[in-house]
Design a protein around this ligand. Structure first.
Ligand code: ZN
Length: 161
């Protein structure tokens, strides 16, 4: 099948131009001025709500997709905060509000956390994703579609040019 007759389907390499805005119109991310995003469709390489909306699109097709928190980075969980004594952090780290940290629990499980607030003797960590609770408004355009190579399929990612 000629590439220009392809539509987005599992296992194809999708090349996608995109702009991502929050509900207030703030542009969070865009491929404008750079390279389109490339990924293998159907492998969870992009957020589920967006991936699902792309099926059947052809090269040159454009679409607006509003991804709810449920299909994006989850709802904001007011319980997902933890106050940690400042002296539990290595002294060579300069803690700043908004900073991203890797935190491991006693079982050695690693979590991503953000510094929500620095208090006199403690630090409040937020375990929510920074985009939790946000509706993600994508404008996308399919810039290219092609079959993945055997090697890409085996590796589960797109190889560079
Ligand atoms: Zn590889």
């Amino acid at each position: 099948m000629a590439d220009n007759l392809l539509t987005v389907a599992d296992g194809l390499v999708v090349s996608m131009e995109y702009t991502l805005r929050l509900d207030d119109g703030e542009v969070l991310d865009t491929s404008t001025g750079g390279e389109p995003l490339e990924f293998i469709q159907g492998q969870g390489q992009i957020i589920p709500g967006l991936e699902r909306a792309l099926y059947g699109m052809g090269i040159g097709d454009e679409m607006k997709v509003a991804v709810t928190p449920e299909d994006g980075y989850g709802e904001h969980d007011p319980e997902a905060y933890e106050e940690v004594p400042t002296n539990a952090f290595p002294t060579d780290i300069e803690l700043e509000s908004g900073m991203e940290l890797q935190v491991s629990d006693q079982a050695g499980e690693v979590y991503q956390a953000y510094v929500a607030e620095i208090r006199p003797d403690t630090v409040l960590l937020d375990f929510n994703h920074p985009l939790a609770g946000e509706t993600l408004n994508f404008e996308v355009k399919i810039a290219g579609l092609r079959a993945a190579t055997a090697e890409e399929t085996e590796h589960g990612h797109v190889h560079g040019h």
